[in-house]
Design a protein around this ligand. Structure first.
Ligand SMILES: *[C@@H]1O[C@H](CO)[C@@H](O)[C@H](O)[C@H]1NC(C)=O
Ligand SMILES: *[C@@H]1O[C@H](CO)[C@@H](O)[C@H](O)[C@H]1NC(C)=O
Length: 266
């Protein structure tokens, strides 16, 4: 089995919301640090007050970090952020009120507001943080005969919810069953099963658009389509399982003829 990681977490991208302001989106992988940018001008802000809040307009608003004229005022800081949030003292002279959150957790995902409440007019900017978990998929061959193999792909504990696909080596999507999706603690488990009939390298691909991430596991599936011995074996299996079915019997005969083993069946 071969495993390939295609990791391209963007640390930051800007998008226009049409209002002229540029809400910023920061994407990181669980455990990494996230820099939340905030800067309105290049004027010195060492003697100002700025305050960072998470999900400001919601009931579960949290205090993240406060700077007040040379001091950090973090008595009201939420437990979640204790010891993990820092600002950049060396950049205050350039008007930079950015903060860094170290060792990010999925629960840090949310909308953050950087606020200068004492300035007139008040200044604020918003940053959306998405902390993603991108576990590698695992691929197993569940069951098989000489003409088909049943494959299972599982992805455990992913966030945001990934799109999971089976692909062959050429990158074509292999039709699969309806994915089984479950959620616990904000993380997603996905199981995707398929049945293939060709020998190939099959990939289980997990894609998380929101964090620009794709990861896959590849597995070699040797399906020997009607090799001379296999053909007979397959016919026997089919006849045993579907003995009452005319459809199965005629399929069995057809295949057997192609392989010149009709005598065996009669
Ligand atoms: C502010 O400082 C942070 C941390 O060093 C940096 O990533 C960011 O680019 C700075 N912002 C500006 C506008 O210089
Ligand atoms: C941030 O706010 C926007 C708009 O209200 C919302 O669509 C988005 O889901 C929020 N982001 C997070 C990570 O909660």
């Amino acid at each position: 089995m071969k495993l390939l990681l295609l990791v391209s977490f963007l640390s930051l991208w800007r998008r226009s919301d049409g209002t002229g302001a540029a809400p910023i989106k920061v994407l990181v992988k669980e455990g990494d640090e996230a820099i939340l940018p905030c800067s309105f001008s290049s004027e010195n802000i060492r003697q100002e007050l700025f305050d960072w809040k998470k999900d400001k307009d919601k009931k579960d608003m949290k205090e993240v970090f406060m700077y007040d004229k040379g001091n950090e005022r973090n008595s009201a800081q939420d437990e979640q952020f204790r010891g993990r949030v820092f600002h950049f003292p060396e950049h205050l002279d350039e008007g930079n009120a950015s903060i860094v959150i170290r060792a990010t957790k999925l629960t840090d995902s949310g909308n953050y507001t950087c606020l200068f409440p004492l300035l007139v007019p008040e200044r604020r900017s918003n940053v959306e943080l998405v902390v993603g978990a991108a576990p590698k998929p695992s691929a197993t061959i569940l069951d098989g005969t000489t003409v088909w193999a049943r494959l299972r792909c599982s992805v455990h504990g992913a966030f945001p919810k990934p799109d999971v696909q089976w692909q062959n080596r050429a990158g074509d999507i292999v039709p699969a069953e309806e994915p089984q999706v479950s959620e616990r603690g904000g993380r997603y488990d996905i199981i995707l099963q398929t049945t293939v009939t060709k020998t190939d390298h099959y990939r289980c691909v997990s894609t998380q658009e929101e964090i620009n991430h794709r990861i896959y596991t590849e597995t070699y599936v040797p399906v020997h389509v009607l090799a001379s011995r296999g053909g007979v074996l397959w016919v026997i299996v089919l006849l045993e399982e579907d003995i009452g079915s005319n459809q199965a019997l005629s399929t069995g005969y057809g295949m057997a003829l192609q392989n010149g083993v009709i005598a065996f069946l009669i």
